[in-house]
Ligand binder design. Structure first.
Ligand code: BG6
Length: 514
């Protein structure tokens, strides 16, 4: 009887259901009735409670401007859960969860509101077994509120003194390197770096974390993971959605600030970094910062030649008619905000010298897909003929979403008298290949638990954030200061502007997904 991966796994590898022990905590959500809270934070906290990851003593305080009582807030949360929560709603669980919800109405810009908040904290925050109170301030607010909130929180002595306080800060962190550095300085006046959790939900995705495991738990790939064997790397983050109702944010941000500066550079760092000497947060984060620092700075001429900007026009996405960016609600009719980016990056270090990294992302593309593909070099001598178009026999694909899988594309002999090469795949798929009923935690589940545990590994450090801005600032600046191409320049449902295809074609390559 043949042995399966499951048999081997159950023989030597008992995966225990991990139980995390979380100390009593209070989470204060600034902007606790906003979009992010409704869609992500509150449903995630509810699931954590349902899965019994939360301690008996916890409190969630929403701090927002509208006037509401605790009970009105609870009704609001219940509505949000019914709308946005994945999985069935359970009355029993709601009963347990809702008792921990509180509301403080106030202005982020008024010190008296912070005093009100601190009085509420006094009432509801429970100490840990060591007698300290742990309070997590989750700042789910537009970026312009941040400096004022840091200052007022620091002044509100009863919000921080004698309290183990942590701050979770949503992206985008700043608008460029200068503003990110200024924000970091403001934070550093009152808080220590160990208290700061700059969140990027991509780092909470299982398959993004798996990049490190895959690279460093298997000795066979690492010797090949360099310029001697790799021809180039592609990273695609394609979305089929448009900007939804987020024009106010998106018009200010554009694709580079929204996706490239954070999600894409985080993925690139995990693919390109050196092995850390341990899994401790700072070892991993330091290796990632080194990657950002080795990315070759781009001149204006380089940007003109090797980056592509785009904006979607009307089109058909998965059978549905979609409007162009200009016709989205609250978008200026002549807006030049880019919704598509493609570009070629080089990393100037021994491992990656002269290996191009092609990055591509956009809204309203043909379908939702995030993947990394590592394209290995051709063998030095082509011995075998092929009728198929296998120009690159070995490609390793790490698919992040929608199906989480890893596939190695290879060439084998096609059966018969000839010497024909034939493309086949070897692969691992999370859903198909993992034994039992495996729970894939949603990104926010993992990240909130990590913050409660005090583990910063999956959060960006101050120097990392600034280094990532340093990579993209020249692109944003160049694009803002030179005339945009005729927008829109790609129809919804396509793979972006033709120029993005040309970027690779003129170098004898092509995007893996077209
Ligand atoms: C967010 C961006 O950070 O990531 C959104 O602000 C984008 O514009 C989203 O749609 C994509 O996340 P995911 O997990 O759906 O790939």
């Amino acid at each position: 009887m043949s042995e399966t991966a499951d048999d081997r796994a159950s023989e030597f590898c008992r995966i225990e259901r991990e139980r995390v022990t979380i100390d009593p905590f209070t989470m204060v959500i600034f902007g606790g009735t906003g979009d992010l809270s409704q869609r992500k934070l509150l449903p995630t906290l509810y699931h954590l409670c349902e899965d019994q990851h939360l301690p008996d003593d916890f409190a969630i305080i929403s701090f927002a401007s509208s006037t509401r009582t605790d009970d009105e807030f609870r009704a609001f949360v219940r509505d949000s859960l019914e709308k946005y929560s994945e999985g069935p709603f359970s009355d029993a669980c709601w009963e347990r969860f809702s008792r921990h919800l509180y509301y403080v109405s106030g202005s982020f810009e008024d010190s008296e509101s912070y005093r009100k908040l601190s009085r509420r904290l006094e009432e509801v925050a429970r100490p840990t077994s060591e007698g300290t109170k742990q309070v997590i301030y989750y700042l789910a607010v537009p970026p312009h509120f941040l400096p004022g909130i840091f200052e007022r929180l620091a002044f509100c002595s009863s919000c921080v003194l004698g309290i183990d306080s942590r701050l979770i800060i949503e992206k985008p962190f700043g608008r460029d390197r200068g503003s990110a550095a200024a924000l970091n300085r403001t934070i550093a006046r009152s808080f220590e770096e160990r208290q700061i959790y700059r969140i990027d939900h991509y780092l909470g995705k299982e398959t993004v974390q798996n990049i490190l495991f895959f690279r460093f738990a298997n000795s066979i790939y690492e010797p090949l993971w360099n310029r001697r064997y790799i021809d180039h790397v592609q990273i695609t983050v394609a979305e089929s959605l448009g900007i939804e109702n987020r024009a106010r944010f998106y018009e200010q941000a554009g694709v580079v600030r929204d996706i490239v500066q954070n999600h894409m550079l985080q993925i690139l760092a995990l693919v390109a970094m050196e092995p850390p000497s341990s899994l401790e947060a700072d070892y991993i984060r330091s290796e990632k910062v080194k990657v950002y620092q080795t990315i070759r700075p781009m001149s204006g001429e380089y940007i003109d030649e090797f980056t592509v900007r785009g904006q979607y026009g009307p089109g058909v996405v998965q059978g549905e008619d979609t409007v162009g960016y200009h016709d989205e609600a609250m978008v200026a009719k002549k807006s030049t905000t880019p919704t598509f980016f493609a570009g070629k990056f080089y990393l100037d270090n021994w491992r990656w010298a002269d290996v191009p990294f092609y990055l591509r992302t956009g809204k309203r593309l043909n379908r939702r897909i995030t993947e990394i593909s590592i394209h290995f070099k051709q063998p030095p001598l082509r011995l075998f003929s092929t009728t198929c178009d296998i120009r690159e026999p070995n490609i390793l694909v790490l698919r992040i979403q929608p199906q989480e899988e890893i596939t190695l594309h290879m060439g084998v002999k096609h059966p018969g008298m000839g010497n024909q090469l034939y493309p086949v795949n070897m692969g691992f798929n999370y859903e198909r290949d993992l034994p039992g009923d495996v729970h894939m935690p949603l990104p926010y589940e993992r990240l909130l638990i990590d913050c409660m545990k005090g583990d910063q590994t999956l959060f960006a450090r101050q120097d990392g954030i600034e280094a990532m801005w340093a990579v993209v600032d020249p692109v944003i600046e160049r694009w803002e200061n030179t005339p945009a191409p005729q927008f829109p320049n790609y129809p919804g449902g396509s793979w972006g502007p033709d120029k993005a295809q040309e970027l690779l074609q003129r170098e004898g390559r092509q995007w893996r997904i077209v």
